[in-house]
Design a protein around this ligand. Structure first.
Ligand code: ACO
Length: 321
């Protein structure tokens, strides 16, 4: 038996307001046809002023705690993956801790943009296995609508707001349960391909998302197929052992091309990009929660998570649910 991080519960939260491509086309020079054809996106949720990365993350966390049958008081570690924190500091994780009423625990944010949830999951896995905590909340939460340039049609149509959360618990289990492998990567020489043109230490402003879409697309397919190969090699299983792949939901074409490279049928891919657009660090836990709640992902399934984002950063995880 080995001490491993087990998935105990999932949760998610979306802002009240849902915006269709046609509604967006009234504000921006675009069309439903262009957005669907290039990205697969049909809707995105946009946060109202009272909805923040913190409030959405706390709502998702409450759902995950309920699903896990745990209280906030049981949690020893809270990690929030976000590129859109409520404040530059303190960490949104501490704000969510306060909103949940969780007592003294470890709480911090991780900034790896769209792959933030994979980074946070990997850190939580290590900390649980080495005994830093027994139960962890890992949250991906974003309000990208606040850092979009609504005049730039090449980026503003791609993103949405939302949050997803998981509860992980350390348990002594056999070798085929819980998080089995994680892999993380970063190549900072590509930091100009996808970035925000502001920050506390440079401009003193929040800034807006800037992206070289074609380059991002090309790197995403190559890097994601490669890291998926690495994690499957780590667990010693072929790609067709995967029951469900829960990819980062940036673009349906990236997801399809990656699945094709691995020879995975579309029926095993969880897809939410049509409904949520790209919610950055929230996209993987949001999609995971949806597929757990609608009964697709069941106990015993082999699930693979993957994401790629600004930096570039990317990563993947394999877990037996
Ligand atoms: N509506 C209508 N026309 C548009 C829009 C829009 N929203 N945006 C751009 N266009 C136009 C451009 O102006 C250009 O017109 P032109 O030919 O007259 O100059 C034309 O469409 C083609 O523009 P490209 O940028 O070359 O379009 P492309 O086919 O590359 O598609 C896209 C753009 C969808 C962004 C694509 O590059 C892509 O998906 N890249 C991946 C980016 C991504 O997913 N980023 C998310 C963050 S990273 C991550 O999460 C992995």
């Amino acid at each position: 038996m080995t001490r491993r991080a087990i998935l105990k519960g999932t949760g998610s939260a979306l802002p009240r307001t849902r915006v269709s491509n046609d509604e967006l086309a009234k504000r921006v020079d675009t069309s439903d046809e262009w957005i669907v054809e290039r990205t697969g996106i049909r809707f995105r949720h946009i946060a109202e002023p009272d909805e923040t990365t913190g409030t959405l993350g706390a709502d998702a966390a409450r759902e995950a705690l309920k699903a896990a049958g745990l209280d906030a008081a049981d949690i020893g570690l809270i990690i929030v993956a976000t590129a859109t924190p409520d404040n530059t500091f303190p960490a949104t994780a501490t704000k969510i801790q306060a909103m949940l009423g969780a007592p003294d625990c470890i709480a911090f944010d991780v900034a790896a943009v769209c792959s933030g949830f994979l980074y946070a999951l990997s850190v939580a896995d290590s900390m649980l296995r080495t005994g830093a905590a027994n139960h962890a909340l890992v949250i991906g939460s974003e309000t990208f609508s606040r850092i979009l340039d609504w005049e730039d049609r090449a980026t503003c149509v791609l993103f949405g707001d939302g949050a997803g959360a998981v509860v992980l618990s350390a348990e002594e289990v056999g070798d085929d349960r819980g998080i089995l492998a994680t892999r993380l990567h970063a190549e900072g020489q590509y930091c100009d391909m996808l970035y925000v043109d502001g920050g506390p230490s440079t401009t003193g402003t929040v800034g807006h998302v800037r992206m070289q879409g074609r380059e991002v697309f090309r790197h995403a397919v190559t890097n994601l197929a490669s890291v998926l190969g690495e994690v499957m090699a780590d667990v010693g299983l072929p790609a067709d052992a995967i029951d469900w792949i829960v990819p980062h939901q940036a673009n349906k074409r990236i997801i399809d091309a990656t699945a094709k490279k691995l020879g995975l049928p579309a029926e095993r891919v969880v897809l939410t990009v049509d409904q949520h657009a790209n919610t950055s660090a929230a996209s993987v836990p949001l999609a995971l929660d949806l597929a757990v709640r609608d009964g697709r992902i069941k106990r015993g399934d082999l699930v693979v998570l993957e994401a790629m984002g600004g930096g570039f950063t990317w990563g993947a995880a394999v877990l037996r649910v």
